[in-house]
Design a protein around this ligand. Structure first.
Ligand code: BG6
Length: 477
């Protein structure tokens, strides 16, 4: 279904995110017939260039990142939607031109794909030049602050010009198909919900493992580390979707209210419940310190932690989170490990093992439920655990590469005016309020992260987190 006619202004249109994600995502939605031919996408940045130069740049970016030939006729049609205006975020240059380009009657959205330091200047000028009004939508990217105070400052600054219902804070994990699927699996089946609590769930493991390092973005990453870069936002969102109560309706505030309650119920993390790691070079591959260009760095490229949620549903069921760079494989998954059956009626023929539901977020998106069955054969009642394995692509008869990119869904939701998959200001602040003391305790401790080999499963120390609780991590592969 096509969305309403819109003018989308992309600030920072010549930057990496716009070229790698935003423009290719818009192109794919255009090809899917969702973007009306009358829509306008206006690039805005400091560089002085005309529409034609911007379209050329966009053609190259979309061709490279969207994997389409540069002479694809659909690309030529899409590029006609594009225009460009040079603006000076810190001065008055260009703003009148931008205003002149905005059409009456179309949805107006402004995408801040720029460093957060510029958010205030741009918001100010959009308001003072009368370009944005009460119906306009503002899209902001992470990082949304680097601690509670900076996040509050950003929220306050945006609130001076826009209402909360106009602000779309992106966490691109929420746009991933399989992440949205978590809600479908939990709230559109009767099978799981009765078991979804500490009485039946022993623990939950959330893993986001990456094979890439931080080379090329070391200067950002080294000031951030895995906790700010991944845990405060993406991992937190996954945790919320797994742990939250059923919202009364799939409605933006109903969903976000429930997520907020989870974040507020998170217990502080004790120093003993967290392990940080840093990947080491091995001659073939560079180490973190080298990638970050900071020999003395104590920033973590890996973190594993045990998180407890103090509420009626989850008291006694820990959530183990881990994420890291340069690990053995690129894999993101959530494993819900159930408790063992309370009593076995079988003799010494193999004790029943705990059921496990593994939701694979990427790659090879799907679900795997481990169940016990009788091993075939006349040898008596021997038990064996087997997987009920499903890949979403197979089940739906799709090619896995057809899975829409998170940005496609999220940008279309902005135009449709649906905030369900975007973070509310209080949610972001609550997440920082929980991570701030974890980061502060680390800074005070003066400890160094545990080294781990590039291409491994992370530091040995992380195993301890599980072993002492008589549990084990799932293999990263
Ligand atoms: C980004 C982080 O937000 O998410 C990166 O800044 C990380 O460090 C990326 O690599 C992971 O996203 P995805 O979609 O590749 O899982």
């Amino acid at each position: 279904i096509p969305v309403d006619d819109f003018d989308l202004v992309v600030f920072g249109a010549t930057g990496d995110l716009a070229q790698r994600k935003i423009l290719p995502a818009l192109f794919r939605r255009f090809v899917a017939g969702q973007i009306p031919e009358s829509a306008r996408i206006i690039g805005a940045a400091r560089t002085e260039q005309d529409d034609a130069a911007f379209r050329d740049e966009a053609r190259r970016a979309i061709s490279e990142h969207g994997r389409v030939p540069q002479d694809d006729p659909r690309l030529a049609r899409f590029l006609e939607l594009l225009a460009y205006t040079a603006v000076d975020a810190k001065g008055d240059g260009g703003w009148a031109d931008l205003k002149a380009r905005m059409r009456e009657g179309a949805v107006h959205a402004f995408y801040f794909s720029v460093a957060p330091a510029l958010f205030g200047d741009i918001a100010e000028r959009l308001a003072s030049h009368g370009i944005a009004d009460r119906d306009s939508r503002i899209v902001v990217e992470k990082p949304f602050g680097r601690d509670l105070q900076t996040a509050r400052d950003l929220n306050d600054m945006l609130a001076r010009h826009f209402g909360e219902q106009q602000i779309y804070r992106i966490d691109h994990y929420l746009g991933k198909e399989t992440v949205q699927n978590l809600m479908a699996v939990r709230f559109a089946n009767i099978l799981f919900e009765p078991l979804w609590n500490s009485q039946y769930v022993d623990h939950v493991q959330i893993t986001v493992a990456e094979t890439v390092g931080v080379a090329g973005r070391g200067s950002y990453y080294d000031k951030s580390g895995a906790i700010r870069d991944m845990v405060q936002n993406h991992m937190m969102q996954l945790l919320c979707l797994i742990a939250m109560e059923p919202p009364y309706h799939f409605d933006p505030n109903a969903v976000r209210d429930e997520k907020l309650k989870v974040i507020r119920a998170l217990q502080p993390v004790e120093p003993d419940d967290i392990v940080r790691g840093q990947y080491q070079g091995d001659g073939k591959s560079t180490g973190y310190a080298e990638d970050a260009e900071n020999p003395a760095t104590r920033t973590e490229s890996y973190v594993a932690m045990k998180v407890c949620i103090s509420n009626w549903r989850w008291q006694g069921t820990p959530f183990y989170l881990r994420t890291g760079k340069k690990l053995r494989a690129r894999t993101s998954e959530i494993a819900v490990v159930f408790r063992e059956p309370p009593h076995s009626i079988f003799d010494d023929t193999g004790a029943p093992k705990a059921n496990e539901l593994v939701i694979r977020l990427q790659p090879n998106e799907g679900m795997n439920l481990k169940v016990m069955i009788k091993e075939p054969g006349p040898g008596g009642m021997r038990l064996v655990q087997v997987p009920l394995d499903m890949s979403f692509a197979d089940a739906l008869g799709q090619d896995g590469s057809d899975m829409p990119d998170a940005y496609e869904r999220l940008i279309m939701d902005v135009i449709r005016g649906n905030q369900t998959l975007f973070m509310r200001g209080d949610e972001v602040e609550a997440a920082w309020a929980w991570t701030d003391p974890i980061i502060a305790a680390w800074e005070d401790s003066k400890r160094r992260p545990e080294p781990y080999d590039a291409g491994s499963s992370g530091p040995e120390e992380a195993l301890r987190l599980m072993h002492r609780d008589n549990r084990r991590w799932r293999e990263i592969r």
